[in-house]
Design a protein around this ligand. Structure first.
Ligand SMILES: [Zn+2]
Ligand SMILES: [Zn+2]
Length: 388
């Protein structure tokens, strides 16, 4: 392999740490960009020297590289995970692993996709320094049990439900583990393995004459028929019913993750997650801005002028508020903590009453006379300030 770090550093695999360092220094001097101005090949070579030395010059990374190859060393995953993988691999090689997918033992034919697909897909990207989703998408191996897809379901809610939280029964179809083969994808009957024609031996890859245990049948020479129910995928559609708890405070676009409730993984792979995406309907009276709520609040002329105690409906129940005397239309009254709860557990939002002074629609002569009296109470022109 041209990208073998030992070859790049021109040392044997058994080289001591000192030999590796020496060879790196010698080659780095030779290919340094300062010594080879404008020489693209030398620049490239210099980069590769550095990459190779970064790994082989570090005993821990070198050990990983020796065991798992270039990608593992680059990812920098820790010893614990590597050990977990070792244990997992030996369990699989002896046929007892999850999913029962034949896996070639011996450590030669290890594909990183298997490792991430199984051990790390649930760990999330945090801390590991790489994006697991990207790796699964790019490197997922057809041989290993892949993780099932994440599914998304939309749930429509009223504003009251979104603020107070609710429970919602859902029924839908999802790819589930095949009941007939329990996700293994194999049927009852077995015959000679199609890859090795029953010999149990197969070449590892095109171009090499080295023959090892056949990866398809794990050297047994026998292979099972695919399950007639799922066609060998280990996955069939299943009707699913579950009740989703919607926490108080969700908005349109909030996502609730239900771990392991997504699609079943092919051939016994772990299931994906189910995301519930909430969609909150517009309320005819209440506007929402973040966690704050705004309610247009009608008051009479006398309530606005003289002040009043008024009953206010809120999503947390009715309460009494004081309209201050001399309130104008548009005045905002804050009801602290009566908005939407914070999804993140912080302080809840507030509710604002936006006062709307209502004029009576029909007016008797007496009321008209009262209005005339009122109009004399303005000290000047109410539109005096209106200058454009
Ligand atoms: Zn075979
Ligand atoms: Zn099946």
């Amino acid at each position: 392999m041209a990208d073998d770090y030992y070859q790049i550093l021109e040392v044997p695999r058994t080289a001591s740490a000192e030999d590796i360092k020496k060879s790196f220094r010698k080659l780095a001097r030779k290919h340094h960009p300062d010594v080879n101005p404008g020489n693209k090949a030398a620049e490239e070579r210099f980069k590769r020297l550095n990459t190779a030395f970064e790994v082989l010059g570090d005993p821990k990374k070198r050990k990983l590289y020796d065991e798992f190859g270039e990608d593992a060393a680059k990812m920098g995953f820790d010893d614990k995970k590597a050990e977990a993988y070792r244990a997992y691999r030996s369990a699989r090689a002896s046929g007892g692993g999850p999913g029962g997918i034949p896996f070639s033992g011996g450590g030669v034919d290890f594909d990183l996709g298997d490792l991430f697909g199984d051990l790390f897909s649930r760990a999330g990207a945090g801390g590991a320094g790489f994006d697991v989703g990207e790796i699964l998408g790019r490197r997922a191996s057809a041989r290993g049990p892949e993780r099932g897809e994440d599914l998304t379901a939309k749930v429509a809610l009223s504003l009251a439900e979104a603020i107070k939280g609710t429970e919602r029964p859902l029924s839908f179809q999802r790819p589930g583990r095949c009941q007939r083969c329990n996700g293994r994808g194999e049927g009852g009957a077995s015959g000679p393995c199609p890859t090795c024609k029953g010999t149990g031996r197969a070449r590892r890859s095109a171009g090499t004459s080295f023959a090892g245990a056949c990866p398809t049948c794990n050297g047994t020479g026998r292979a099972s028929e695919p399950c007639p129910q799922c066609g060998g995928t280990g996955v069939t559609d299943e009707a699913t019913r579950l009740t989703v708890k919607i926490p108080p405070g969700v908005q349109t676009g909030s996502k609730i993750r239900l771990a392991g409730q997504g699609a079943a993984g092919p051939r016994g792979g772990p299931p994906g997650d189910l995301y519930i995406e909430t969609e909150v309907a517009e309320h005819p009276l209440v506007r929402r801005e973040g966690d704050d709520l705004y309610l247009d609040f009608p008051v009479t002329i006398s309530e606005a002028m003289l002040g009043a105690e008024v009953k206010v409906p809120t999503f947390q129940g009715e309460l009494t508020a004081k309209v201050p005397p001399g309130s104008q239309s548009g005045r905002k009254m804050r009801l602290k903590g009566r908005g939407a709860p914070s999804l993140k557990g912080g302080t809840p939002g507030d509710m604002y009453l936006v006062l709307q002074v209502k004029v009576p629609e029909a007016a008797s002569d007496e009321v008209k006379a009262a209005a005339e009296t009122l109009s004399r109470a303005y000290p000047g022109d109410v539109r005096e300030e209106l200058k454009l």
